[in-house]
Design a protein around this ligand. Sequence first.
Ligand code: FAD
Ligand code: N01
Length: 544
Amino acid sequence: MSSQTEHSGGTVYETDYDAVIVGAGFSGLYQLHRLRDEFGLSVKVIEKADDVGGTWYWNRYPGAQCDSESHVYCYSFNEEILEEWQWSERYPSQPEVLEYLRFVADRLDLRKDIEFGTEVTSASFDESDGQWRIGTDDGEELTSQFFVTAVGCLSEPWVPDFDHIDSFEGEAYHTGRWPHDGVDFAGKRIAVIGTGASGIQVIPEVAEEDIDHLTVFQRTPNYAVPARDRPLEDDDWDEIQKNYDEILQTAHENGFGMPFDPAYPTAEDKSMEEVREILEPRWQEGGFRFMLTFEDLVFNPETNEKVSQFVREKIRETVDDPELAEKLVPKDHYYATKRPPLHTNYYETFNEDHVSLVDVTETPIERMTPEGIQTSDDHHEFDMIIYATGFDAMTGTLLNMDIRGRDDLTLEEKWADGPQTYLGLAVHGFPNMFTITGPQSPSVLSNMPVSIEHHVEWVSDAINHFAENDIRLVEPTREAEEAWTAHNTEVAEQTLYPTADSWYMNENIEDKPTVFTPYIGGVDVYHQTIQEVAQKGYEGFELT
Ligand code: FAD
Ligand code: N01
């Protein structure tokens, strides 16, 4: 396949494809559909997995499930898909989301333009002919006019560099690269390292298996709120279908891409007793509806402290042993300044005799040994270690691809002090490249399918506009990029987020620069901003 375009000067450009997209998760699938089926472009998707799904292909650990509610954790762009697909639970589990994405890929006939089992290992912009040259691990090189990354914000698993990590002779798994054939837990002594959203989901599930013992290694206790999952019955579904347009519209106009708005502006003017009365029914209802109670939660320390206090009280009520409960109670950061997880029986699990906790702030992990884990005060023997230690988030996957722009500048060099982008969508010095859910866009601070749709639609319309208007090269100006980067920092600093050591701040990986990586101005504000940029003739971009 090849694509030919004639520029106004008479030059004919020939590339293998109009656009090459990396990744076949939620983002890449929709991006392919939009460019190919709406605008008739020639498009190739390169995906290193051997199927579609992205996150939901890789994260198959027991308990892997969505925290977003199913009826909004989906595409909204296609009425038929919305009508044909019925979710079975309030929060879909990993197999169901994977099944959904397979269904969409088949329904829209996407697979024929996806090359599976192939990793993009390099991508460089060739200034001589204005093409992207994309290299893969099978030695192939493709050329395209546009290069679109849809590689995910949480797709590069991260394992800390523990001393002698490879000496462990038992089984070791990362939650984000879980074996597809499952894992046999029977009779085993198991360690889980990490109590983020993945750890909080996997721990209760592993504890329920027929195991010998589970030891949880916790560095930072988390504020987990009950999910309160339940099946979605036909009646529930009828109700959703009746109001679907309105629900989806609310989600697309909400600051976090969720279908509900905060009910109270602040808790500042309320006593703790009043706050308890407001929060209790939301705690019983479960899910992110709890987090979105007070509008100023992540802005106002007073509101946040009251909500944090409420969660702490719940943890103490649930965990029988007061000393253990105190170790599980977060005190070092504000609620929601690290990604707030939902849970099903997480705290209850610690009441089981065969589950114990090691607080690594008291007794740090010193090294791995052939038999297990050596902490500062004990040697723990295990048959299996589960790393629930997260991801090289936001930039890790992008930087691993050896992306090079003008003057052979690598993205890694460009972002040495942290990401610099225009709108989280494009980078000065890297013409014709677009980053779906790139750093400095709302991405992980939202119900992501909403943000993904906003990005994919914007990028598709932009590429179509450039094609129709004989524009060959598109690149944000340095000034626009500097202004957006400064704006990102400015809005983040108005919130409590920078006060926590989170992966939002790159703090989970020692040698990454400490900067707030997603955009916290709100999905609604952000969406309006990118639409205005387009309406003003792609203001901030240089078009040639
Ligand atoms: P991904 O799904 O990460 O897909 C990226 C794809 O790119 C992957 O298939 C990967 O293999 C491929 N890729 C990467 N690099 C290369 C390369 N060099 N060459 C070829 N292919 C490459 N978000 C929510 O909004 N709500 C939730 O409840 C929620 N739950 C989550 C639970 C887990 C366990 C995790 C890890 C994330 C969760 N997320 C959630 C975030 C989730 O990542 C997004 O919702 C969404 O799935 C992202 O889709 P994506 O297509 O942008 O990226
Ligand atoms: O990863 P994490 P995750 N020694 O980085 C600990 C999405 N997601 O995979 O907090 C000991 O949050 C680390 O401790 P600390 C969601 O966006 C969504 O759980 O850094 N411990 C932390 O406890 C989420 O935020 C869902 O002190 C070490 C844990 O490992 C994102 O993915 C489900 C350590 C890592 O937590 C990532 O979540 C799952 C060390 N050296 C994931 N290094 C749902 O929506 C790290 N840790 C359901």
